[in-house]
Design a protein around this ligand. Sequence first.
Ligand SMILES: [Zn+2]
Length: 192
Amino acid sequence: MIRNLARDVQAFTSNVFLVTGETTALVDAGANFDLLARLSEHVDDLDRLYLTHTHPDHVKNVGAAREAFDVETWGYDADSDYVDNGIADGETVPLGDDEYEALYTPGHAADHLCFYAAETGVCFAGDLVFANGGFGRTDLEGGDRPTLVESIEYLHETVEDGLSALHVGHGPSVTERPLDDVEIALRSSQMG
Ligand SMILES: [Zn+2]
């Protein structure tokens, strides 16, 4: 089961997905809202915390989660204070009841990962692409447009045969023809 704990939060935060199952985990921690209060409505414990990247709106609540659950974090850049365990491109990690492949997808941030479960077609895309074909900004530190386009191509290639749900870092998830949104994002980002 996948829930967005940051739904309806009126503050500057990323989405925060709670995935329950054999490995109960968060995808991103969010910022500027009481994560623990929202978590406690659903779970008593947390096995893992995954980070799509370490921009402040995705990680400010990491400290609260670490303190409350003694939970370790996983992300691309093991040198980051927010990341306890580095994940390499192509590595597989447990999330909920499924195995997700990590896709190293820089461009919006230098340490950006997407997570994709080929078996179910579920993808957590962070700030690489958004609903309706939006894509991540590249004017922040570590951002680069040509690199972003390559990353969207990589995502598209990986998910094109099976994508069933796209959960993104900001705004709504897409469960109706999500590949269309990835294709629009790819074309719009290529147009510059
Ligand atoms: Zn970001």
